[in-house]
Design a protein around this ligand. Structure first.
Ligand code: FA5
Length: 338
């Protein structure tokens, strides 16, 4: 029996040397050391060993078991390391390959124009304030001298949230909110989104305006004209042609609209300017004393002017863009030109 043990050990070691894969090693372990394995079988037959040899046989069995277990573990570890090394060689990364280029975003042209205009107006002493986009009917219309049945409400097709609450149709409600809070002198501008039921190549349902408001003593229409002309020449260049046209807004009196010569057709008339040669970019006027009454300003002492300009229109003119809707399509090929 002791000789059988030696033979078993030699065979197992030889088979282990031949084994190439993890599966082969594991099956050798089962064959010799498993519950129904050859070594376990020999041990089970210990009753057939003469009594005198039993301690030696038992000892040898344990030695063989320990030796085989150790060799099997060694071989498994070797196999595992070998596999890891093979994988490392196969998955080698070429660190000299150039990396993928990162695509940088650009500042949206409307945001660029907004920043430029705000910084020019800030240099005239105007400071930026913001107002809510979901607005009370009171601020959007009522306190701007546009009562419920006033025909001027039709000028701005309104999105209603519910009775008495609208998506603001212009930035002018910020005028009232500011005047409710502070006493003159006032010099503010308020950029932001506004909403109207309107859509064609020069109108979108959401667009951006900048509101300007100045209230002091002895302000004249000449001051308004002077500031707007100086500021528009800074934005569009000194030789830009602009015109002031008489207009009507319930919250300013007198009122005007300012047009810039259409950059697409240089004033000849085209689809973008509705064949007029001009594009309207802002509305303005002297603050109507009726509005001052709503905010408890002394309209005998103070007067002022206000203006509201359309940012997309300005960006269209500045960059020669023929369709306002391009600003909202988020096409990278369009946006990366600015
Ligand atoms: C107003 O919204 C007045 N609140 C402006 C104002 C302020 C007048 C203060 C007097 C005093 P108007 O509806 O004209 O006015 O709009 C002002 C500018 O917004 C227009 O000149 C135009 O440039 C732009 N605009 C108007 N509707 C749209 C639209 N649907 N899409 C893009 N731009 C528009």
């Amino acid at each position: 029996m002791i000789e059988d043990l030696q033979e078993l050990e030699d065979k197992a070691i030889a088979e282990l040397q031949e084994a190439q894969t993890e599966d082969q090693i594991l099956s050798i372990r089962t064959k010799y050391l498993g519950r129904k394995g050859l070594l376990t079988g020999l041990l089970r037959n210990i009753s057939q060993v003469p009594d005198a040899q039993k301690p030696l046989f038992g000892k040898r069995c344990n030695e063989v078991k320990e030796l085989l277990s150790a060799r099997i573990e060694e071989k498994l570890l070797y196999q595992f390391q070998q596999k890891k090394e093979d994988a490392l060689i196969k998955e080698k990364i070429d660190v000299t390959l150039p990396g993928r280029a990162v695509k940088y975003g650009r500042i949206h042209p409307v945001v660029q124009v907004n920043m430029e205009i705000c910084s020019i107006l800030a240099s005239y002493g105007f400071s930026v304030v913001e107002g809510p986009e979901v607005e009370l009917d009171y601020y959007n219309f009522e306190a701007l001298n546009i009562p419920k049945d006033h025909p001027a409400r039709d000028m701005q097709d309104t999105f209603y949230i519910e009775e008495g609450i609208v998506l603001r149709t212009h930035t002018s409600p910020v005028q009232v909110r500011v005047m409710e809070k502070i006493k003159p002198p006032v010099r503010i501008l308020s950029p932001g989104k506004v909403y109207r039921r309107d859509s064609d190549i020069s109108h979108t349902p959401m667009f951006h305006q900048i509101e300007g408001l100045l209230v002091e003593e002895r302000v004249t229409f000449g001051d308004l004209k002077g500031i707007l002309t100086a500021f528009l020449k800074k934005v569009f260049g000194d030789d830009t042609k602009l015109r002031f046209r008489p207009s009507f807004f319930p919250f300013t009196e007198p009122s005007a609209e300012v047009d810039i010569i259409c950059v697409m057709c240089k004033g000849k008339g085209c689809r973008v300017c509705s064949h007029s040669g001009w594009l309207e970019i802002l509305g303005a006027g002297m603050v109507d004393p009726e509005v001052f009454k709503f905010v408890d300003y002394d309209y005998e002492k103070y007067n002022g002017f206000a203006f509201g300009l359309g940012l997309e229109r300005i960006a269209m003119l500045k960059y020669g863009i023929s369709d306002i809707r391009l600003f909202f399509e988020n096409d990278n090929r369009f946006l990366k030109q600015f």
